[in-house]
Ligand binder design. Structure first.
Ligand SMILES: *[C@@H]1O[C@H](CO)[C@@H](O)[C@H](O)[C@H]1NC(C)=O
Ligand SMILES: *[C@@H]1O[C@H](CO)[C@@H](O)[C@H](O)[C@H]1NC(C)=O
Ligand SMILES: *[C@@H]1O[C@H](CO)[C@@H](O)[C@H](O)[C@H]1NC(C)=O
Ligand SMILES: *[C@@H]1O[C@H](CO)[C@@H](O)[C@H](O)[C@H]1NC(C)=O
Ligand SMILES: *[C@@H]1O[C@H](CO)[C@@H](O)[C@H](O)[C@H]1NC(C)=O
Length: 372
């Protein structure tokens, strides 16, 4: 959660309303599926839904029953959803297009609910919060339960999530806060965290289209958390201009990574050979780094090494402003070697460079240059 608290210290404005959902509301919206032990709730929110009411409802269900909750909001819809979204039996939570209130919990006391959530999907939502409360929490020591969230997660999607302050006049407080904010103290604090968040089942993370572009996101993500099984990490459309150190050294933090999707960013140079893997057994499956639709112009001189390590790395540079020069020839030679082993990435051979002399694009397979 520390990451989200940190994130909100960049956000902006909002509004509120109130109503309450009863047991019959959830009984109606959560029909029993044929596999009788799953209740699938599908709720359309036009005014306001409160997770606390939902949690009350699940607590009264038979203890063997699992629940999935699917919430879609209208443009007026708000969902009171306190982190870390715990409710007895809740294994899937899917929230679309909502203004999320109460996201940062009022109390930091331990709940007696266990971690159960396996799939979390938040899409096109706005986290509305009172800035004073965020700053208050940010300065508090958090418990492991609150900070790590549910460590049972298998898929975690936070797509297009932005932050707003519920009180416009609060913005003054953010500015004031940032003026006195000490990164040194903050890093000291990270060093003192004594727990680790272990996401032992987490295979898929998508944090695309994020409004916060802090270069410290990855530091916070990896400083005290383990992702031993993560195979897909999507971080697209986030306006990043360089590859964060934690992704250069991806092997240290995400040892099982198969797909790193950084498409639609603004990255101009790259390096993914940072911390060389200590693995001695070669893997047959490559890591695919998707850098399509970025601003890459330079191809690293160690490009051939991307195929010779214990984990071969396929770098997709489709849609980058590549010029027809020796750099591009180096990339061509790498792609041709890659395709000998991994035929299914044949589309890479259609990547083009732009020739200023000929005023046209040339496909990689057809590019020749005797001057390199
Ligand atoms: C992001 O979410 C907002 C609502 O919070 C929506 O208005 C906007 O269209 C979404 N943007 C994208 C690219 O999906
Ligand atoms: C908004 O912030 C101002 C100044 O910090 C404060 O006086 C006011 O009570 C706040 N309003 C609400 C609704 O929290
Ligand atoms: C990418 O960088 C260019 C120039 O540095 C800038 O004009 C553009 O707005 C950036 N795009 C994004 C999505 O941040
Ligand atoms: C990279 O991403 C683009 C855009 O989403 C997609 O079309 C392309 O197939 C991806 N490349 C690989 C190798 O997966
Ligand atoms: C290759 O390109 C074709 C046509 O552009 C597209 O239909 C196909 O999905 C691409 N394959 C991959 C693996 O990206």
């Amino acid at each position: 959660m520390l990451r989200h608290l940190f994130g909100i210290l960049v956000g902006i404005d909002l509004i509120l309303t109130v109503t309450c959902q009863s047991r019959s509301f959830f009984n109606m919206n959560c029909p029993q599926t044929i596999a009788a032990n799953l209740r699938k709730c599908e709720v359309f929110v036009d005014s306001r839904l409160d997770f606390i009411d939902f949690r009350q409802w699940t607590s009264e269900l038979d203890s063997a029953v699992k629940v999935s909750l699917d919430v879609t909001c209208s443009s007026e819809g708000t969902f009171f959803l306190p982190w870390p979204f715990k409710a007895r039996g809740l294994i899937k939570l899917n929230v679309k297009g909502c203004v999320l209130e109460g996201f940062f919990p009022e109390t930091l006391t331990q709940t007696n609910l266990k971690d159960e959530l396996q799939e979390l999907f938040l899409d096109n939502c706005v986290i509305a919060s009172n800035m004073k409360h965020v700053i208050y929490l940010f300065n508090k020591p958090l418990t492991q339960e609150i900070d790590c969230g549910q460590q049972t997660l298998q898929r975690s999607v936070f797509r297009n999530i932005s932050y707003m302050s519920t009180n416009k006049t609060d913005e003054i407080t953010i500015d004031e806060f940032l003026k006195i904010f000490s990164f040194v103290q903050f890093f000291n604090r990270l060093g003192k965290i004594r727990y680790r968040c272990k996401y032992s089942n987490l295979k898929y993370i998508d944090e695309s289209i994020s409004s916060t572009r802090s270069k410290y996101s990855f530091l916070l993500m990896t400083a005290y958390s383990d992702f031993p099984k993560l195979h897909t990490f999507r971080w697209t459309g986030n306006g990043y201009r360089s590859v964060p150190q934690e992704l250069i050294d991806w092997w240290k933090y995400f040892p099982q990574l198969k797909l790193l999707d950084l498409s639609y960013n603004n990255i101009s140079t790259f390096d993914f050979l940072g911390a060389a893997s200590t693995e001695t057994v070669s893997k047959s499956e490559p890591l695919v780094v998707n850098l399509s639709q970025n601003s890459v112009t330079e191809i690293p001189v160690d490009m051939p090494d991307y195929l010779t390590g214990s984990v071969p790395i396929i770098v997709d540079l489709t849609g980058n402003p590549l010029r027809c020069d020796c750099n591009f020839l180096r990339y061509k030679s790498y792609v041709m070697n890659a395709l000998k082993r991994f035929e299914k990435y044949e589309n890479l051979s259609r990547i083009t460079c732009y020739s200023a002399i000929m005023h046209r694009k040339i496909e990689l397979v057809n590019y020749r240059n005797n001057n390199c």
